[in-house]
Design a protein around this ligand. Sequence first.
Ligand code: ATR
Length: 273
Amino acid sequence: MAKSFAVIGDPIDHSLSPNIHNAAFRELNLDCSYIAYRIPKGELEDGIEGLKKIKIDGFNVTIPHKVEMMKYLNKMDESCSLIGAVNTVTNNDGILKGYNTDMDGFLEPFKKKKLNIENTKVLLLGAGGAARAIVAAFAKEKAKSITIANRTLENARNLSEFAKKIGLDVNVIRIEDVKDSAKNYDIIVNATSVGLKNEPTIISLDNINEKTIVYDIVYMPINTDFIKKAKEKNAVIIFGYEMLLGQATRAFEIWHGMKAPYNAMKKALLGGF
Ligand code: ATR
């Protein structure tokens, strides 16, 4: 029987998820469809009722519903309860189970490129929702320490409590205090939204080297200023679109119980830029 999937959020019209998942269905000849469905803030409950009525098989959840969606789940995967936010839901006869594939999606490029995380020193820029899944990822892979640098120190402190709780050695600093210390880290991640509007990098990457792993979770534009500066230093680059693909392939595997066609999904995604 044909299966249907969706991504819910607001705004949603620029979501790349329908392209990515529909490309996977075509590649594997699956009788499935995936649409973007706008549900404004405050209308989540009604929206979910609608999705249940049409017997949706699964859906992705994005801004602004990732935390509120937790209320409407009947079951929760560990990834979801750990991070406190949901981005992937399965629907089995009205029983909704939530997952968070951002953590595994973030780690996927490290695995693909065989890059080690264990015992590394990490600099994480940002302390929002995405940063929380990333902190969980570094704890899972046993990073040696993590420094959370954020514009608002209080948000960094809140995130550091979570990091400590899950076993990380953590420091907190203001973004402007990073100064020329980027060289002290093995992995530097931009998990702020800076770059989305082509803004210049918020920290200097002048003294990193070719061993430094530089990861920008901003995926559009592909080459943010942060990425360009890292390329000038011949650093190891991980692009935001790689995390986007990582979380999408993981969601695919949860829904369909088979390996996702990574290359077809990548082609569809990069064609969308
Ligand atoms: P997401 O869910 O995508 O992580 P978010 O929760 O809104 O989004 O978090 C955005 C992050 O980008 C925060 O760390 C935010 O810093 P504050 O905690 O100080 O708000 C950071 N951010 C956004 N705009 C920024 C800017 N112009 N300079 C520095 N940091 C910025």
